[in-house]
Structures are given as structure tokens and as C-alpha cells.
Design a protein around this ligand. Structure first.
Ligand SMILES: *Cc1c(COP(=O)(O)O)cnc(C)c1O
Length: 362
């Protein structure tokens, strides 16, 4: 079986060595040494001045919305993982969907202004597959209408845009360190603050019940993460450059073997990419199902990531149609990509895809 993704695991003795210390210290959670060290190391690696390690990427989004005291309508993307939308709903705000750019698959900034009403307070956009949103245009619009900007950067670990971390754009950015992501802590995530330093205080308080120095200051949640998770992160961080390099090589082999037979999203100039996913865009859903079935018969797993378009979720009020996102989500398929994938596997996968019958062209 070739899975669509597989978590990276560091050498077991390295992890064992770290957690042995926890048997001595008995300090397992609540902002322990490893959590503090991981935050420091991640800031150094990513070139950021503020990063808060939290329990997962969904809580990171919810904390971001809460810390900025965002209410009412949030302009968001229909082409993302479901948590982008559910975090908005969970915080009692309304998602207002703006369709995507057909090339980058990120929110189309030229459609944002039409969606702004007197109730709009923020923009929550996703750097989907680690592809940068049009951060400059979004920032301009946000300034003009006095809106907050949050980026769901769950896929964007290690991506650089115009010479700096993609995570350094927007008021806040969030990361997911789930086991399936490029860099992981088993479960985990982070909130990155690029704005007002008072927000750091709010995020810290909110992730820890709103409790500090024996005082109950605000209604928080439990968004902390543990020493075990942080230890996994510290181990994995040593290998992340190697993994990105390996993913780059695998991606280039896919490109070479698939040639121009399949359309792919485009990555803007001035991006140093992280090779987090390998999505291809088929001619239509029929073609997608055929390819998916053909691969599945050979025990190769692919994923319809992202499907459906989030404006089509049954619990979302249908306030907009998003024809581009709805169309793309029906015909986009992610192929296996992870650092332990073999070059031979890529050959096998592409051979099956390129074989005679019904090969899709652009
Ligand atoms: C994975 C993911 C999340 C959620 O992260 P969890 O850590 O699984 O809660 C949010 N947004 C996007 C775009 C994701 O891919």
C-alpha cells in the first residue's frame, strides 16, 4: 500500500532520550521547559518574533479570532480544510465566502470588496497547499476598510515569500502541527502574532483558561500543549530541512514524469516553496474518479483534498455561490507525497496514471 501521506518519525532513541527527562522532572504540561524551548526554536527557524504553541491548528484559529475580538462577518475562502470555516462558526461569527483565483487557488482579492458590508470585521484566508495568498492586495483592502487579517497557514510551514516567512504576513497567522503536516508535534499548532504586542498577552491568557497569577482575568479555554508533544517537535525540527529537500526531489520527479498532462496550481514568483502537497487538476470529476479508482486498484491512496467547497457544507447558510471553488474542488486530487516515499513509487504511480485510456489533458 502506498498511502497519500505518512507522518515523519524521528529516530526513536532521540525521542526516548528527551522524554526520559520528564520522568525525572515530573513536569508534563503547563508551559514546561520543552514547550518554551520549542517556541524559541520555531521562532528562530521561521524568523518570527512571536509564536505561541497550542494544542492544535483548529484551536489556533479559534484563539486568533477570539484574541482579536472579531465579531459578525468574516470574509473567508471556500477552498480549504473544513476547520477554517468551523472555527468561524464556533466563534459565533458568519463566514462570508469569496471565490478563489483559478491559478493559485487562494482567495481572489479582486472579489473581496464586493463582499464587504457594514458587518464585516475580518478576512480569514488560507495559503492553500502552502501557496501564498495575494498578501499585498489583501493588506491594502484590509487597511482601507479597517479589517483584521488572519491567515490559516496550516500548510505554509517554512514557506518564504518576498524574502521573509509567509507566516509574518497578516495580523495573525496560524499553523497546524498535526501528524499529517510537513512539520508535526503529533497534535499541535501555533498562533503567530505580527501585530499589536497586547495580543500576545491575550493569546497566552486565552490558551490557559484566562487564568494567570492566581487571577481569573477573562473567559479562556484550554489550548495548551504538553511536554511530550513539544519534545516530538524539537526532535522533528532537526530533520525538517532534509524532509523539504526530499519532497522537492519527489515533486520534481512527478513534474518530469507527468509532463504537461495534468494541470497544477501555480505558485507566485518570489516564493520559496515547501512542497507540502502534490495536487493535480483533472478535466472533470469523471476523470478524477477514474484516475483515483485506477490507482486504488493498485493499492495507491490519493485524497480529494479539498472537497467539497466549504460554501456547500450542509450547516452553512448558502450566502454565496463560488463557481470556481466548486468546480476545482470536484476535480482536484492530491497524489502521495511524504519524505519516505520512494522514487520508485513515484514512477509506479505516474506509470499507472499515464497508461493509455482516458488520460486527461489540459
Ligand atoms: C490541518 C488543517 C487545519 C486544522 O489543524 P488541526 O491541527 O488538525 O486542528 C486547519 N486548516 C487547514 C487548512 C488545515 O489543513
Amino acid at each position: 500500500m502506498i498511502p497519500v501521506s505518512q507522518p515523519f518519525l524521528p529516530p526513536k532513541d532521540e525521542y526516548d532520550h528527551m522524554i526520559a527527562k520528564l520522568w525525572d522532572s515530573k513536569w508534563l504540561t503547563n508551559n514546561g521547559e520543552f514547550v518554551k524551548e520549542l517556541e524559541k526554536e520555531l521562532k528562530r527557524y521561521l524568523g518570527l518574533s512571536s509564536l505561541h504553541f497550542v494544542s492544535n491548528g483548529t484551536i489556533a484559529l479559534q484563539l486568533a479570532i477570539k484574541a482579536l475580538e472579531i465579531k459578525n462577518e468574516i470574509i473567508t475562502t471556500p477552498f480549504s480544510f473544513v476547520a477554517t470555516t468551523t472555527s468561524i462558526l464556533w466563534e459565533n461569527c458568519q463566514p462570508v465566502f469569496v471565490d478563489i483565483d483559478p491559478h493559485t487557488l487562494c482567495m481572489d482579492p479582486n472579489r473581496i470588496e464586493d463582499a464587504i458590508t457594514s458587518n464585516t470585521t475580518a478576512i480569514l484566508a488560507t495559503h492553500v497547499y502552502g501557496i501564498p495568498c495575494d498578501v499585498e492586495k489583501i493588506e491594502k483592502i484590509a487597511k482601507k476598510y479597517n479589517l483584521k487579517v488572519i491567515y490559516d497557514a496550516a500548510h505554509a510551514f517554512g514557506v518564504q515569500y518576498k524574502g521573509r516567512s509567509l507566516l509574518s504576513y497578516g495580523d495573525l497567522s496560524t499553523l497546524s502541527f498535526h501528524a499529517t503536516k510537513l512539520f508535526h508535534t503529533v497534535e499541535g499548532g501555533a498562533v503567530i502574532n505580527n501585530g499589536n504586542c497586547n495580543w500576545d498577552q491575550s493569546i497566552k491568557l486565552l490558551r490557559s483558561f484566562g487564568f494567570e497569577n492566581e487571577e481569573y482575568i477573562m473567559a479562556g479555554i484550554n489550548g495548551k500543549n504538553s511536554e511530550f508533544h513539544a519534545a516530538m517537535g524539537l526532535c522533528n525540527l532537526r530533520y525538517v530541512d532534509e524532509q523539504i529537500k526530499r519532497r522537492k526531489d519527489l515533486t520534481e520527479l512527478y513534474h518530469e514524469l507527468l509532463g504537461e498532462h495534468f494541470k497544477r496550481p501555480s505558485i507566485p514568483m518570489d516564493t520559496i516553496y515547501n512542497y507540502s502537497y502534490y495536487p493535480i487538476i483533472l478535466k472533470n470529476e469523471d476523470e478524477l474518479l477514474k484516475i483515483q479508482y485506477r490507482l486504488k486498484k493498485q493499492k495507491i491512496e490519493t485524497r480529494r483534498y479539498f472537497y467539497p467547497s466549504l460554501n456547500r457544507l450542509p450547516y452553512v447558510i448558502r450566502n454565496a455561490t463560488c463557481p470556481i471553488s466548486e468546480d476545482i474542488s470536484q476535480k482536484i486530487l492530491c497524489l502521495p507525497l511524504y519524505s519516505q516515499l520512494e522514487m520508485e513509487d513515484v514512477k509506479k504511480i505516474t506509470d499507472i496514471m499515464m497508461k493509455k485510456e482516458a488520460v486527461s489533458t489540459i
